[in-house]
Write a protein that binds this ligand. Structure first.
Ligand code: SAM
Length: 248
């Protein structure tokens, strides 16, 4: 029986590649990579000569079937994405689901993941958190998602594209209120790693004023609302939440 390894790779700093990941990628029969050209740099750095095939969830039911066939014939396959942990806002779900359904052993090789790195150093509560992937690109849809999260007491995490961070911060200020605490983690593990922590309105003005803060890769984190105190009337609380975004 074959084995499918889900191998995390660095999110910017090659020093974060774990020895077990290198050893796995060196010894499997084939590496399924999100982008073979992108990953060839990582592989050549670590002197990994294993053949690669391209893998995406969407365009390639056939590729999934071919990989499952290899696994069922006893081969060992590793899945990598461009950066970080595969399947976390990256391809692989279909392959893992089908591999498990086919009785293939699936083995994670843990390593970097931007959301966990960001959360762990954010200073925000970590006991409960909610990962929402990327916020929608269009404002109406983005505000709708934010409205649906307005009452969440868990820390919220989003992956964010640099050209959209100002728009998203504006919507966070508008929908969740300028006082809501936000932490923006940028360029994790790289030279210009930065954390900006403050009320949504402050973070927005800081990021707007400094275009360097609108560059690179980023994780946007938003504090949840304080857990409901029982001695306040729920109707009054609901009214307060509705009014909060409109207060200066
Ligand atoms: N699978 C990856 C992981 O485990 O983190 C995430 C892939 S997702 C397509 C890419 C997004 O992750 C980026 O747009 C950014 O929001 C976040 N990201 C990746 N590397 C990062 C870094 N070094 N610093 C901050 N955010 C990062």
């Amino acid at each position: 029986q074959g084995q499918l390894f889900i191998v995390a790779t660095p999110i910017g700093n090659l020093g974060d590649m774990v020895p077990r990941a290198v050893e796995t990628l060196q010894t499997v029969d084939v590496i399924a990579a999100e982008d073979t050209r992108h990953s060839s740099r990582l592989l050549s750095h670590f002197k990994i000569k294993t053949p690669m095939v391209a893998y995406h969830d969407h365009n390639d039911g056939q590729r999934t079937a071919q990989l499952i066939e290899r696994l069922q014939s006893g081969q060992r396959v590793a899945l990598i994405s461009d950066a970080g942990t595969p399947l976390i806002s990256d391809p692989g779900y279909r392959l893992v689901a089908e591999a498990r359904a086919a009785g293939v052993v699936v083995i994670p090789i843990p390593g970097a993941c931007a959301l966990i790195a960001a959360l762990s150093a954010s200073g925000l509560p970590t006991d409960r958190f909610q990962f929402e992937g990327f916020l929608p690109a269009k404002q109406v849809a983005r505000q709708k998602v934010l409205h649906s999260l307005a009452d969440s007491t868990a820390t919220m995490l989003f992956y964010e594209a640099p050209h959209r961070v100002v728009d998203s911060l504006q919507d966070i200020e508008q929908v969740l209120g300028g006082q809501r605490r936000v932490v923006l983690a940028r360029e994790l593990s790289k030279t210009f790693e930065t954390f900006i922590d403050g009320a949504a309105a402050e973070v927005l003005s800081q990021v707007t004023a400094d275009s360097n803060q609108q560059r690179g890769e980023m994780v946007l984190m938003v504090a949840g609302v304080e857990p409901v105190k029982r001695d306040i009337d729920p109707a009054a609380q609901q009214l307060m939440r509705l009014l909060m975004p409109h207060l200066p």
